[in-house]
Ligand binder design. Structure first.
Ligand SMILES: [Zn+2]
Length: 460
């Protein structure tokens, strides 16, 4: 009886395997290979632990260019090359220092870091009274009479009720990016911005900021304060509005320097002039080692080429892994790639970016026509075994967006976002916070989507 059941089971199994479509088999091959023989985690280990934070224009950024180029060279691709691009070079300098003073001599230190692109404080630091606001819109209500000569403290927290933490981030990031430019219009002397982090902890989170058209002489220094520091400061201010805040930072903007996008390519066998891009950004902020943002996206993109090759798949279209330089504080790499593509009249049909962390993939968001999204939905069943279920219209990625035209499909990998902003742009964006399997599942999901779009093409 046992034997009969086993026999029936094995017939059932073999019928099942036999009935698997070519696509099901190819996705299974990709996922199996990613989970047993991926290079992504080793590459990330090197980028993170041997090179570290890779801010544009830094020695580390150049080492990352050299390393990833060498690794791509070792994959036996059809072409690996560097694309020159001029990038801004901003340097943090010595560690920042801050405290608030409730009465003369009675001070409490708080963790801060300069925002990327900020000017320095005066050499001896900056000390002034504080005014807390919940956003840029409060400035007008308060007016110059309440702001002039003070440090503006932006303290609107990320909304914890939004399930997509990227949506909470979007709801607050204006304070960081434009807070200094706007506060300077009302005579503020500096700004302190609550870190874009949903967790209460002691890490300040940096990120880019801009001064718009503010003349150099009117630019005021901007720093982020940790979420715990922000809460402490806010509570203290409610008890004592006369708190003085001191901070010191000596960051500096240098002239632009040359850097590179790193590109690896498999030439298409049927339509070599139709180009598909898969990418992430190679630069990172300097506080951590940029493992999630965006070392993960780079090594996943490199692994997409490797996985497709190793499964024996011959792409019909040309597939490029592009590691973009300078996403964080300038987007020069993404803009340069699109500019060169347009000058060369290259026909990009598809681009996929991974820049939302190396966490468990949930699916993809698409910037494309309804017809193309419909085609993606027809592949839903293929992704189901891998718990990839999110296929919605939305944002793709900063680096690939400059390529956008109405005929192409732009997509972004959407990993689970709950822990992303705990690490984003902070000292704790480090290798040990990336899970090997989660990273590999992301690479496999990307390779699968690239495979399907290559095989079936985009709907025109
Ligand atoms: Zn990023």
């Amino acid at each position: 009886m046992k034997k009969v059941i086993l026999l029936l089971l094995s017939i059932g199994l073999s019928i099942n395997v036999y009935a698997q479509s070519e696509d099901e088999q190819q996705l299974k091959k990709i996922y199996d290979l990613a989970l047993t023989d991926s290079k992504a985690y080793d590459w990330l280990n090197y980028l993170s632990n041997q090179i570290g934070g890779r801010l544009s224009g830094s020695v580390q950024a150049q080492l990352a260019v050299d390393y990833t180029k060498k690794q791509l060279d070792s994959l036996g691709l059809d072409r690996v090359y560097l694309q020159p691009v001029m990038v801004p070079k901003w340097v943090r300098g010595t560690p920042e220092f801050a405290y608030f003073e409730t009465s003369p001599g009675l001070s409490t230190n708080v963790p801060i870091c300069a925002l990327g692109g900020s000017v320095a404080t005066p050499l001896g630091g900056l000390k002034a009274g504080l005014i807390e606001v919940q956003g840029i819109e409060d400035l007008e209500k308060l007016g110059k009479e309440n702001i002039e000569g003070k440090i503006v403290f932006y303290n609107r927290p990320m909304d914890p009720t939004l399930i997509s933490t990227f949506a909470s981030y979007t709801g607050c990031v204006d304070q960081r990016y434009s807070g200094a430019e706007e506060a300077a219009k009302y005579g503020a002397v500096g700004v302190i911005v609550r870190s874009l982090n949903l967790r209460l902890d002691d890490y300040p989170h940096t990120g880019s900021m801009g001064y718009g058209n503010t003349p150099v002489s009117k630019r005021i220094p901007a720093a982020a304060i940790s979420t715990k520091g922000a809460d402490l400061l806010s509570t203290t201010l409610k008890l004592n509005a006369d708190v003085q805040f001191y901070f010191k930072q000596n960051c500096k903007q240098f002239d632009d320097v040359e850097s590179f996008n790193v590109i690896g390519e498999i030439k298409g066998s049927e339509f070599p002039n139709e180009i598909m891009v898969v990418g992430g950004h190679l630069d990172s902020w300097d506080l951590g080692d940029g493992s999630h943002d965006d070392g993960a996206g780079c090594v996943q993109s490199m692994d997409v080429l490797r996985l497709l090759k190793k499964t024996g798949y011959k792409p019909k279209r040309t597939i490029r892994a592009v590691l973009f330089m300078n996403e964080e504080n300038g987007l020069r790499g993404g803009n340069k790639y699109a500019e060169v593509a347009s000058n060369k009249k290259e026909n990009h049909v598809f681009a996929l970016e991974s820049d939302a962390g190396g966490f468990t993939p949930r699916g993809f968001s698409f910037d494309c026509s309804d017809e193309n999204l419909k085609q993606v939905h027809s592949w839903k069943g293929l992704f189901e075994p891998y718990y990839i279920h999110l296929f919605e219209k939305g944002y793709s990625g900063a680096d690939i967006r400059p390529l956008k035209n109405s005929d192409m499909v732009l997509a972004g990998l959407r990993p689970d976002s709950q822990r992303y902003f705990v690490h984003h742009h902070a000292e704790n964006d480090t290798f040990e916070h990336v899970n090997k399997r989660e990273l590999e599942l992301g690479a496999a999901s990307m390779a699968s989507l690239v495979y399907l779009f290559d095989k079936y093409g985009i709907v025109k």
